[in-house]
Design a binder for this molecule. Structure first.
Ligand code: AMP
Ligand code: GLY
Length: 406
């Protein structure tokens, strides 16, 4: 099978690593990729959000399957263009991807499907925003309606700060604050059938103790020994199946991965957000534990045959990912510095995100530079193995959280 992966982050490195390990995969390509992905796939320098460029590349390579990683190409209609060229594609089309591309659309789908989520208002003016904020009271939750790379959400006890964010955005969703631990659950979907992957937990804030600004995610681990029994089944029943059915009813069959971000509240799991793609860095740990060869599963999603697949199998033990971020991430990350100490150890390895090769050296090229994945028979050993390798990575000014999976 010839597979083309679209994207250039840590999630795409994790996808490529797992695809490379699948004996069914004869050729692996990635566009545009990064310095780490170049070690397992052939890279192609195209604009990943240009549907025509992606479809043309897939045709030229004779790809049997295209896997679209990030949200921007999905929302731009890349999956539609690939399918229109007659090539199976893992990833929702432009309209279905609006489940991530518009918070208001996601809320509309959830309300129509009876999915448990925070009560909310979509507000187009500062006056509407103020009314909604006063009704719900603090802590205030203000979400930019459009795509914002994980930085469009402000959660604050300060009404003025909440209003400032609402004023800075064109349209916002304001919602009640959900209290409780967060879980990321990925559901693989083939348009009709959906299957849950093992849940993971992500650490969204930049600094230890969940302090500092929201980021794309600073670390993750799986499995969740503390998760209530039957959580995945409950979320599939109450959230994923009704959502996928509602999308299909609207003529938008969902094909790809539906990322369900949940708060486990005292009144049960409630949806914080949907994404139309795998989470980053949760994918790095979930795919590490997935034993079932990945290409066949993604191909089954792309061709509507997920229901014929055997149940997914996982490796025993735990995986922990720690993100190493550039100086000044998430505000204005410093780029172009050399990174060393990337060699794997017995129980840990590096997945690249914002990296590039310059004059034969690996340099930083993004805010989240890389994730170290550690594994072990239990969470503590996996965490220790991850942090041991984090300690060897050298990047001037970089920072990471020291409390992932603690
Ligand atoms: P989102 O981009 O929607 O995932 O929001 C980013 C982060 O903001 C989430 O992971 C939560 O930590 C926090 N957040 C978003 N919505 C809520 C909410 N309704 N209640 C509490 N925290 C929230
Ligand atoms: N880790 C959160 C996300 O991928 O949106």
């Amino acid at each position: 099978m010839r597979v083309l992966v679209i994207g250039s982050g840590g999630r795409e490195h994790a996808l490529c690593r797992s695809l490379k390990l699948d004996p069914q995969v004869s050729e692996l390509h990635c566009a545009p990729g990064n310095a780490g992905i170049a070690e397992v796939a052939s890279l192609h320098d195209i604009v990943p959000t240009d549907p025509l460029q992606v479809a043309e590349l897939a045709e030229k390579l004779g790809a049997d399957l295209v896997v679209v990683g990030p949200e921007a190409p999905l929302v731009a209609g890349v999956a539609d263009a690939v399918r229109a060229a007659g090539i199976p594609c893992f990833g929702p089309g432009r309209e279905a991807a609006m489940i991530e591309g518009s918070k208001a659309f996601a809320k509309d789908i959830m309300n129509a499907a009876g999915v448990p989520t925070a009560r909310s208002y979509t507000c187009a003016t500062p006056e509407e925003a103020r009314r909604a904020l006063e009704e719900f009271g603090g802590p205030y939750v203000v979400k930019d309606d459009g795509l914002a790379a994980g930085k469009g959400v402000v959660v604050t006890g300060d009404l003025e700060q909440a209003l400032d964010h609402a004023r800075a955005c064109e349209r916002v969703v304001i919602e009640e604050f959900l209290d409780g631990p967060e879980v990321s659950l990925f559901a693989l979907c083939d348009g009709a059938t959906a299957v849950a992957l093992q849940p993971a937990q992500d650490f969204k804030r930049a600094y230890d103790g969940d302090e500092g600004p929201n980021t794309g995610g600073m670390g993750a681990y799986t499995p969740l020994p503390w998760a209530p029994e039957g959580l995945s089944e409950q979320v599939m029943r109450e959230v994923v199946h009704p959502t996928v059915d509602e999308l299909a009813r609207r003529g938008l069959p969902y094909n790809g991965v539906l990322y369900v971000g949940l708060a486990l509240t005292s009144k049960g799991p409630k949806v914080i957000e949907f994404n139309a793609r795998f989470g980053d860095p949760e994918t790095q740990v979930v795919l590490d534990r997935l034993e079932t060869p990945l290409a066949g599963v993604l191909m089954a999603c792309a061709t509507g045959t997920l229901g014929e697949q055997p149940p997914l199998a996982y490796r025993e033990g735990s995986a922990v990912a720690v993100v190493v971020a550039a100086e000044n991430y998430p505000a204005d990350p410093v780029k172009g510095d050399e990174i060393t100490g990337l060699e794997p150890t017995e129980h840990a390895y590096v997945l690249h995100a914002g990296t590039a090769v310059k004059d034969g050296r690996t340099v930083s090229a993004g805010g989240r530079v890389l994730a170290v994945v550690g594994t072990g028979p239990d969470q503590e050993s996996a965490r220790n193995n991850a942090y041991e390798l984090v300690g060897r990575v050298r990047l001037r000014g970089s920072h990471h959280r020291t409390d992932i999976a603690r």
